[in-house]
Ligand binder design. Sequence first.
Ligand SMILES: [Zn+2]
Length: 318
Amino acid sequence: MQFRPHFKEYMWGGRKLGDVLGKPLGNGTSYAESWEVVDHGEDQSVVDNGPLAGRTLHSLVEEFGQPLLGSTASQFPLLLKYLDAQQNLSLQVHPDDDHAAMLTPPDRGKTEAWVVLHADPNSVIYAGLKRGFDRAAFDRELQRGTGHLCVHQIHPEVGDCIFIPAGVVHAIGAGLLIAEIQQASNTTFRLFDWNRVGADGQPRPLHLEQGLMVTDYGRGPVEKQVAHPTDRDHVERLVVCNKFVLDRWTTSFSHDFPCDGRFHMLTVVQGAVRIEHPLMSDPLGRGSTVLIPAERETLALDAIEPTIMLDMYLPGGP
Ligand SMILES: [Zn+2]
């Protein structure tokens, strides 16, 4: 299944989602996010190909459950998006599942991981509190408008992967184009917004109390993920956590993609790949995403040029 991209325009966005990833943007100037696969309340992916065209992902989860997901759930559990940060995103933190379940309305927690597709020179990612900042010390700096000075900085390069568990304070800096895999949640507590104002001339609201409550003060600075080899030469494992697995394929060849009883989300970050299937007439180019249901035949994937592709799925065996 392929979906229509679901765009979000925020003050920090731009036009790279169209210029670099070929997304069909409108005339706006602040396209911040392209939600590739989402089933979260009103935010719904809509199928773009085949006999299910026009259906929302949520309606497919309700109708097909196990054959689609490989397990049963009331909501598709993961959310995949691309982000174009022309300005810094706010310094923020997300709750874990336990904290998010207590919200009104309840939500999932949000653990997320990023893969850098483009990085301007001197761009920065903020990830994890520096050592020694407890709640009181961090709160004091936030009140002074200097909360970002408490947060560890990473200088990202193309291909870097950063893993942000729920509770880790973070900000994506200006000049980055990123693919993000996360739990299907939309709960963000904004801690600091760089002393700027939104389109209406007002500062965007902060959520200091909730943010300080869900921050994990024990975790410390976050460093770039180390890619681990797998039993397949063309596949590296970037993240394994209890919410998702993130693999990266680097290949110029054809590969079988056997059924493992799980759904997979594939997105192409460089090159192009053909999936041998009657519903897939065109190859997937840069920025294209496909959702492969859990119940299926073995597929053949054919990289038609040097290709880098992300593969995201739920952890644990079928
Ligand atoms: Zn975030």
